[in-house]
Design a protein around this ligand. Sequence first.
Ligand SMILES: Nc1ncnc2c1ncn2[C@@H]1O[C@H](COP(=O)(O)OP(=O)(O)OP(=O)(O)O)[C@@H](O)[C@H]1O
Length: 248
Amino acid sequence: MAASEQLLLSIEDLAVSFDGFRAVDGVNLYVDEGELRVIIGPNGAGKTALLDLICGKTRATEGSILFRNKQLRGMSENQIVHAGVGRKFQAPSIYESLSVFENLELTYPKGRNVLGSLFFRRTEEVANRIQATADMVGLGDRLNDLAGLLSHGQKQWLEIAMLLIQEPELLMLDEPVAGMSQAERDQTATLLNRITQDRSVIIIEHDMKFVEQIANRVTVLDQGKVLAEGSIERIKKDERVIERYLGH
Ligand SMILES: Nc1ncnc2c1ncn2[C@@H]1O[C@H](COP(=O)(O)OP(=O)(O)OP(=O)(O)O)[C@@H](O)[C@H]1O
């Protein structure tokens, strides 16, 4: 259920330095189960650097990242994926020469029902899961098409589906609607609201109109620190946020 008030992710005093420059500088961030959190802030604020730390792409110099009471700091990227955290980067990483179905098959979690005698059932189970996941992102009738033939927006949805099929409890997306048409943005907003019925989502976003469509809570980063946090209505009126970001 959405908004269960249970803490899923608890980040405290998190910092990373690159050659002495603190890109993330003492961040606290708490994300509930079923929450859709949007992170905004000026260029270079440390938004991407923060997601890089959570998914293990880079290593924190200080602080703690607790995910369901498991310490992610120090885990490899693979271990973090297994712990239930999925990350989509800005550039799509789908295989254009494979079909939509094959792309989804590639990221289907391995290691379930490994007994050979279950092979047929497994195949059917995989196909069903792929169909259900494709339906969820509006690609249910495109399974046999080459991914390269999809529109830009559909490619982004396919990539989201490739993460969803791994059933992450936390999904992190970096500017998912960049380059999308208005109709695709609206569809993505609907999709994200549907996705957060079963999991939490953290999104980095610059498009404030889109942020208003989707956000539960907004965190504003500036110079590696949390500048403000709260509902979109409150953030839009915050003098410091207007001065540092929204007023530009
Ligand atoms: N892996 C890294 N190695 C070195 N410097 C980095 C690394 N990641 C981020 N930085 C630096 O940290 C600062 C914050 O960058 P980051 O990409 O997190 O900003 P951002 O808020 O995502 O900005 P934008 O909105 O432009 O994407 C930048 O000065 C960047 O060069």
